[in-house]
Design a protein around this ligand. Structure first.
Ligand SMILES: Cc1ncc(COP(=O)(O)O)c(C=O)c1O
Length: 466
């Protein structure tokens, strides 16, 4: 590229430079290896050398044998699966493989409206028929995530569905009584498919609380290893339960062929090797690491400045840190700007909460830097209109829950809408990527004003062009 004087610019690398600067900051977001800081020096030094392709000494990630198979079998045993694959294109691909392996074109799938964008794309691409989970009394779900009794009610009501899809845990670490959903699904002859993208560490949690989706009866499960384990982005695990294999609910041949369809023909050994390493590390000291993390989360939360409080409902993952700031009087923009200026990267700030994903080895000093940053907020003058700000937020939260839990309103199928002549997209605030509108549904005035309010707060809405 030429500069303004017509000279060729030498070795200008904006993306590379921006990433280099990143390593100085405090990271409370994925990936779980904290820009390599979680790994010993010898591992970091080896990373580039491990970036290889299928060789006689390495095997083939899509056709596991030898050492690849050994690594997959160790992972399956550790995570409680009958069969496991390492997918190096994220849980986005694992979800696609999971749905393509277990369902056929035209099959009905019971799921919430507010699933991750990846699920909507998979449903559309595979030509599945979505049926949204509904509450018996019509109540809306917080963040669009249905409670177990609404799943059970919908399973009984929609016996035509071939499978039930659950996000467990959600982005905020909340879980539901998956055991009762699993029993209802089994009774109705439905498969239970689980997006456990945020729960790859569940197998190592002290006292097994919350329990893993596999231990609660899921037939297939996808996990993002890079979100909560020290693995490279976008490392993912795809599991099939032992029971699903034994009772022939899932055909392993079909899973293997769908891995070929949806995974690149050059899967990354480097990424896969970090899954293997993370599994071994957590097997040896994951429980202690998670206990330490949970202690740090508790002691940090006890020192929070007034107005902030930790959101940790019953059965939520205690290793996740979710802070509610709705009562502080500070706007989302002020908070985001202040944290950024303090050199702190959080996973996400939504309308009223900050989501932090502490890594297994998150240093205590990072918590102190975060606390100092929150304490120093009080020096900023933004408390003028605390009452009205809080009311405006409350209204917006109610709208959010209502829109994320709304009944389906398809004009055409998601496949026709997404890939047809007037291609339209999924509309979802990002992060967390929870779908508000599926392709094939109309944008109403209420949606428009909701998206505008999010945009004004600095929240990106995917699928909308401003
Ligand atoms: C609930 C959920 N499912 C699936 C995904 C996609 O995972 P990946 O980024 O590993 O492709 C995400 C990503 O944020 C997610 O939050």
């Amino acid at each position: 590229m030429r500069d303004s004087n017509g000279k060729i610019e030498q070795e200008v690398t904006p993306l590379w430079d921006s990433l280099i600067g990143q390593s100085e900051r405090v990271s409370f977001h994925m990936p779980g290896h904290r820009q390599g800081r979680s790994w010993p020096l010898h591992v970091k030094k080896q990373l580039a050398a491990l970036d290889t392709t299928e060789l006689s000494g390495t095997g083939d990630l899509a056709m596991p044998s030898g050492r690849v198979l050994d690594a997959y079998e160790r992972a399956a045993s550790c995570f409680g699966a009958g069969k496991t694959w390492f997918i190096t294109a994220g849980t986005t691909s694992s979800v696609m493989i999971m749905l393509a392996s277990s369902l056929r074109e035209g099959d009905a799938l019971l799921l919430p409206r507010a699933v991750h964008i990846a699920v909507v794309h998979a449903v559309a691409l595979l030509g599945l028929k979505p049926i949204f989970v509904e509450a018996e009394d019509g109540h809306s779900f917080e963040d669009g995530q249905p409670d177990a009794s609404s799943y059970v009610f919908s399973i009984r009501r929609h016996k035509e569905a071939k499978a039930c899809f659950v996000t467990y845990p959600d982005y905020y670490g909340r879980t539901i009584d998956l055991d009762s959903v699993s029993r209802a699904a089994q009774k109705a002859g439905m498969l239970l498919l689980v997006d456990e993208a945020h729960g790859a560490h569940f197998a190592f949690l002290p006292d097994q609380k919350p329990a893993t989706a596999l231990s609660l009866g899921a037939d297939m499960v996808c996990q993002s290893a890079h979100k909560t384990l020290p693995a490279l982005t976008p490392a993912s695990l795809l599991h099939v339960s032992e029971a699903a294999i034994q009772h022939r609910r899932i055909d392993l041949q079909r899973v293997a062929s769908m891995v070929h369809v949806f995974q690149t023909s050059s899967p990354s050994f480097l990424i896969a090797a970090t899954i293997d390493r993370a599994r071994a590390e957590l097997e040896s000291c994951g429980k202690e690491g998670l206990e330490r993390l949970q202690r740090l989360n508790v002691s940090f939360s006890e020192k929070l400045p007034s107005g902030f409080y930790r959101v940790l409902p019953e059965c939520a993952d205690p290793s996740r840190l979710v802070l509610d700031f709705a009562e502080t009087g500070f706007s989302r923009e002020i908070l985001a700007h202040h944290l950024d200026k303090s050199g702190i990267d959080v996973e996400m700030i939504d309308i009223s909460r900050i989501v932090l994903i502490p890594a297994l080895d998150q240093p205590e000093e990072d918590y102190m830097r975060l606390l100092e940053s929150l304490l120093s907020l009080s020096e900023i003058e933004d408390e003028g209109n605390r009452q009205s700000l809080t009311q405006a937020r409350r209204d917006l939260l109610n709208t959010r829950d209502r829109l994320l839990s709304a009944p389906a309103a398809f004009q055409v199928t998601p496949r026709e809408a997404l890939f047809g002549r007037d291609a339209c997209s999924v509309i979802a605030p990002y992060p967390p990527g929870l779908t508000v509108l599926w392709p094939g549904e109309h944008v109403l005035e209420e949606h428009r004003s909701f998206f505008q309010a999010l945009h004004d707060m600095g929240i990106t809405v995917r699928g909308i062009h401003y």
